[in-house]
Design a protein around this ligand. Structure first.
Ligand code: AMP
Ligand code: ZN
Length: 438
């Protein structure tokens, strides 16, 4: 019999049963969380009693947890278990202040590996695939998170790690890689190396599935990746505070990301009022872990902006879907009085065929005026030749960005491959303005 789901007993639960499970798990989570020094104080102050939840909507009465709380109680303030029971930590990529660190016991790692396997299966990966994991192994969750998921699913894993494109291509060709995971901003670079080697990933590899995530990207960028590699590319969302990858994933219908509601309670709130917004409306994603023992988090404000997509998915999974992340509440910048999210600019650029795979936004004060400089890589075949053509392209990009964000940018066209690449997630915005942020 063909298997349609990885864990049918959870993935297709009706709404009532799912909510019943959530209530049970939330009560257990509250009881467990009150063993940590952070939550025991917080619950004491707010008079929160374990076992008091009878309807999942009551979650709105619980207090939020923020990244600042995690930093203030670094490193062990959220632990519910003695250190001898903890077997791994991961920490997030912050460059200033205390990092965000998450601890796992064996139960947590098994649960995460299962969610990851479920997510990969949902995107059509099977045990017959050869899966190359192209991302950093270490404290970043993308490496080991995917590794254990691929192994749990039973596909052949290639723990390739990040970078070294020639080696990535060789691995792909030597072992017949059929599926791979990478951050979207790296795949444009990888494609350029294929081209420079006179290779075409469509003909010269057996790739059919790519899993892309860990950083914001537009549907336009996804489509480009699909065309370059001749594959289907599925969006994978996660954050280390909620384990890492395996939180929400696209199924083969590619219409939003199923967010695993047996493992998390999902809320979307208005970031200013902190009140829930109706399905379909954008707001900040707030998540509660339901199956994590060592370090449960309650109503964690992710700062990621998305919305619930109303309606059922045709795949048969009942867990609700979130839309792709449009940005974070903290990556919006203000220029010339206009609020701008980097993804708005990417959205414009990815629709222009002459544009290459990378771009960079720099905010500068020039002659006392704040300007938004957008460097845009142009496809190699286009960059050579007639200067008037480039001039026209630059004007088109300027107008289209201005129409989208209402502020006029200074557009600089540059050669493909000339924008410096960061090791991990792409850095899209640098703010050099004299008066600092905003
Ligand atoms: P980290 O915990 O360092 O891995 O970073 C997690 C953050 O990366 C999330 O909170 C999001 O802002 C971002 N992120 C992860 N996956 C995606 C995705 N598929 N689309 C957009 N942003 C993502
Ligand atoms: Zn689906």
């Amino acid at each position: 019999m063909t298997k349609h789901f990885w864990q049918e007993e959870f993935e297709t639960l009706g709404k009532k049963d799912l909510q019943k499970l959530q209530v049970e798990r939330l009560n257990a989570t509250i009881t467990n969380a009150s063993r940590s020094s952070f939550y025991s104080k917080l619950f004491g102050k707010k008079n929160i009693q374990p076992g008091a939840i009878t309807d999942i909507a009551q979650i709105a009465e619980l207090p939020f947890t923020t990244k600042q709380d995690l930093r203030n109680h670094f490193p062990y303030g959220f632990l519910t278990l003695p250190k001898k029971d903890i077997i791994r930590l991961h920490s997030s990529s912050g460059t200033t202040g205390n990092p965000t660190v998450i601890f796992h016991n064996r139960h947590d790692l098994n649960s995460w590996a299962n969610l990851m396997a479920r997510s990969l299966f949902c995107a059509g990966v099977r045990d017959t695939d050869v899966f190359q994991n192209i991302c950093g192994y270490g404290l970043f969750t993308g490496g080991l998170g995917f590794q254990y998921g691929i192994e749990t699913l039973g596909a052949l894993s290639i723990p390739a790690g990040a970078g070294n494109s020639l080696r990535q291509i060789k691995l792909m060709r030597d072992y017949g890689t059929t599926a791979a995971h990478a951050i979207p901003s790296y795949l444009g670079r990888l494609y350029e190396v294929f081209e420079a080697e006179g290779l075409d990933p469509k003909k010269d590899t057996q790739l059919k599935t790519l899993v892309i995530g860990a950083e914001p990207h537009t549907d336009g960028q996804r489509k480009r990746i699909e065309e370059m590699f001749g594959v289907k590319a599925y969006n994978s969302f996660g954050l280390s505070e909620m384990n890492g990858p395996g939180v929400a994933f696209e199924c083969t219908y590619q219409n939003g990301l199923h967010i695993w509601e047996d493992a998390y309670v999902v809320e979307i709130v208005n970031p200013d009022t902190l009140q829930a917004v109706p399905d379909g409306e954008y707001g900040e994603l707030v998540m509660t872990t339901l199956d994590r023992q060592a370090m449960p988090l309650i109503r964690y404000r992710t700062r990621d902006i998305t919305r619930i997509l109303p309606g059922q998915c045709e795949c048969g999974r009942t867990h609700r879907r979130i839309d792709r992340i449009t940005g974070r509440t903290d990556d919006m910048f203000i220029i010339k009085g206009c609020n701008v999210f980097p993804m708005q600019i990417e959205g414009v650029l990815m629709k222009i065929p002459e544009v290459g795979s990378d771009y960079m936004i720099t905010l500068e004060t020039m002659n006392g005026v704040d300007e938004m400089v957008v460097e845009v890589e142009v496809r190699n075949d286009w960059f050579q030749g007639d200067i008037r053509r480039l001039d026209k392209l630059s004007k088109t990009i300027t107008h289209q960005i201005r129409d989208e964000v209402l502020a006029k940018p200074i557009v600089k066209l540059v050669e493909a491959g000339s924008i410096p690449k960061s090791e991990g997630k792409a850095i899209r915005v640098t703010d050099n303005r004299k008066n600092g942020l905003n």
